[in-house]
Design a protein around this ligand. Structure first.
Ligand SMILES: [Zn+2]
Length: 272
């Protein structure tokens, strides 16, 4: 069983990544969070793929807002998190933790419930050629983590990262819902300034041709992503100086919630 993943960066104003996951035998395909449905359609045609379904990682309009349009013009089934069923219309199948989505003969995605960015959020785990991957929606980004200000809850996101993401293998390729790595690395350097790995990844990224897509592994994320490093000495040294009142010996969950709140403010004040 192996899935194939076709990542796309359609150039939306929100720096989306889109993914088509397909069966290499039957060419049947699933579009994940297709905000730019025209780009999905064009990519499916170019790769001779037969779109069978749309899978939403969560209910936000920039992930699920094109469900009705795709259902009308592409005759796809809509699969969405069980907990989003009250918010979204047009759902054909709801998804719960542990469910498996089969695509054609050879591709499958496992549903992991990951509340935090929104309480309905899920991630989708699969394997391509023996290498695991995680389609993470807005739960985990390269170098960052989801904003919890639009229907989410930061302590829940922390619990999700510990319980659901931490056990995943180092070699897992992270496929997030948006391309925020460059900005997230600037934030990581700000809150974890001695972290050489952050500088190294930023240097590599700066050398990449602009049209090349770049994805990290969870091993890299564990070295660079401040939201996965809240117990590190670097974060404990720096964050209390940026967020007065935070005890350097605070529980890791409190460090995380403080970091998330600080990031919300920082994102509003630094041009990116
Ligand atoms: Zn979202």
């Amino acid at each position: 069983m192996t899935a194939k993943v076709l990542p796309l960066r359609p150039g939306t104003p929100f720096d989306h990544f889109h993914y088509i996951v397909y069966c290499p035998e039957t060419r049947e395909a699933a579009a994940i969070d297709p905000f730019d449905d025209a780009a999905i359609r064009a990519a499916a045609a170019a790769h001779r793929l037969d779109l069978k379904m749309v899978v939403n990682t969560h209910e936000h309009w920039d992930h699920a807002g094109r469900n009705a349009a795709m259902k009308a013009s592409d005759n796809v089934q809509i699969l969405a998190p069980h907990a989003a069923a009250g918010t979204l219309q047009d759902i054909d199948r709801t998804l719960k933790d542990g469910d498996v989505i089969r695509i054609g003969n050879a591709a499958e995605l496992k549903v992991i419930a990951t509340p935090g960015h929104t309480m309905a959020s899920i991630c989708l785990a699969g394997s391509e050629g023996g290498t695991p991957f995680l389609i993470s929606g807005d739960t985990l980004f390269a170098g960052g983590a989801g904003n919890c200000g639009y229907g989410g809850h930061a302590p829940s996101l922390y619990a999700t990262l510990v319980a659901k993401i931490a056990p995943l293998a180092d070699e897992t390729i992270l496929y997030p819902g948006h391309d925020y790595l460059a900005r997230n690395l600037r934030f990581a350097d700000h809150v974890d300034p001695g972290n050489e790995d952050v500088r190294a990844v930023a240097d590599d990224l700066a050398r990449l041709p602009a049209d090349r897509l770049h994805f990290t592994t969870l091993a890299e994320e564990r070295r660079i992503n401040p939201f996965l490093r809240c117990g590190s000495s670097g974060l404990r040294r720096t964050l209390p100086s940026l967020a007065p009142g935070l005890d350097p010996a605070a529980e890791e969950s409190e460090m995380f919630v403080t970091l998330r709140a600080y990031r919300d403010h920082w994102a509003d004040t630094i041009a990116a």
